[in-house]
Design a protein around this ligand. Structure first.
Ligand code: ADP
Length: 334
């Protein structure tokens, strides 16, 4: 597996946690989402009520978990973190919900992966703050109503399209995080260097920002590697030259594309004349999980204009063809 995928799937370590912004003030970028959240937090606090339910969507590493912790800080409430696949059966959900205190936040990461049998219980929990669960079996089976404290559900998903309409409609706010601009990322990188006490030149930070796929988590991990590289092969300072050399070593090119991105493009061009082709087919050809392509690689390739999603399948754009030095439709000469 490559650096990008590893970075996005690995659990967070202590050093990374130290980099998390703790308040709205420290959180860079995502202006629209931030403004929406500030309005809701302000209103909830003025009324002395729990925050309404919120759904955050967007590719991994853009700050969904960070925002949920910030919302907890701003509301002065506890954030209980769990994730969709962990909530296996209705009783698991009941256990989580009955442990909450009034005003607590329940953060469910990957909420699209909650089993359907559990999801239905979430509806009444979110709407009426109660759930009816069945206890016992056979002739003794009966339904018991549990009243819940008024809590806030924060859902996070990388795959908005997989959420059912009834679940989606129960969130007061649905807001999408977008890839960060190079300049905002540069600011995040400089802040990270400051916290880690790594000497850097702004041009070095800018070089990392250009290649970090608009993603703070990737940017922070690149800073770590660039720091090691500068210490081992340079003079200890992250300069443009040392950052560029470090990123070449990781096979992340000047556009932020990694080997897997390029392999996807190559397969589409060489095997499928640029498409349209189904993502599953491409996944098999490049030897990668379809969901990783869909969550990590494809959104970035689409956002940067290398790839388009059509009703017939994925299609390479002119810009995509140029990545491998070909004109659209031209077969490589062997
Ligand atoms: P997600 O939950 O969307 O996968 P995270 O909230 O875990 O993403 O963010 C990954 C890391 O990126 C965090 O540890 C945090 O340090 C950093 N990060 C995310 N968003 C920002 C931001 N806007 N400003 C600074 N750092 C950020």
């Amino acid at each position: 597996t490559d650096f990008i995928e590893q970075t996005l799937s690995a659990p967070e370590n202590a050093e990374e946690s130290a980099l998390r912004p703790l308040s709205f003030h420290d959180f860079a970028g995502q202006d629209k989402t931030l403004e929406r959240l500030k309005v809701m937090v302000g209103a909830a606090r003025d009324r002395g009520e729990p925050l309404n339910h919120i759904l955050l969507s967007g590719p991994p590493g853009l700050g969904k978990t960070t925002l949920s912790l910030i919302l907890g800080n701003e509301m002065g409430t506890k954030v209980n973190i769990t994730s969709g696949p962990v909530i296996d059966k209705p009783a698991d959900l009941a256990g989580l919900l009955t442990n909450l205190n009034e005003g607590d936040i329940l953060f469910i990461d990957e909420i699209h992966r909650i089993p359907k049998t559990v999801e239905e219980y979430l509806y009444s929990a979110m709407e009426d703050f109660r759930i009816d669960i069945m206890i016992d079996q056979g002739p003794n089976a009966r339904s018991v109503r549990l009243n819940l404290p008024r809590f806030t559900l924060l859902g996070a998903t990388t795959r908005m399209g997989l959420l059912t309409a009834p679940l989606r409609s129960r969130f007061t706010l649905q807001t999408r995080l977008n890839y960060y601009s190079h300049s905002v990322l540069q600011g995040i990188i400089e802040r990270t260097c400051g916290i880690l006490e790594v000497p850097f030149e702004p041009a070095g930070a800018a070089e990392i920002a250009r290649r970090a796929r608009g993603t703070p988590r990737i940017a922070n991990n690149l800073v770590n590697f660039c720091r090691d590289y500068a210490q081992q092969r340079g003079n200890g300072t992250i300069t443009q030259t040392s950052a560029a050399a470090a990123l070449e070593l990781l096979e992340i090119d000047q556009r932020g594309l990694d080997e897997m991105d390029k392999q996807v493009i190559r397969v589409m061009a060489e095997n499928y004349r640029g498409g349209p082709v189904g993502l599953g087919t491409v996944a098999v050809a490049v030897g990668e999980e379809a969901h990783t392509l869909e969550e990590v690689h494809e959104p970035f390739l689409i956002q940067e204009g290398y790839l388009q999603r059509t009703a017939q399948g994925r299609v390479l754009t002119e810009k995509g063809w140029h990545v491998i030095g070909l004109e659209p439709g031209n077969q490589p000469s062997n």
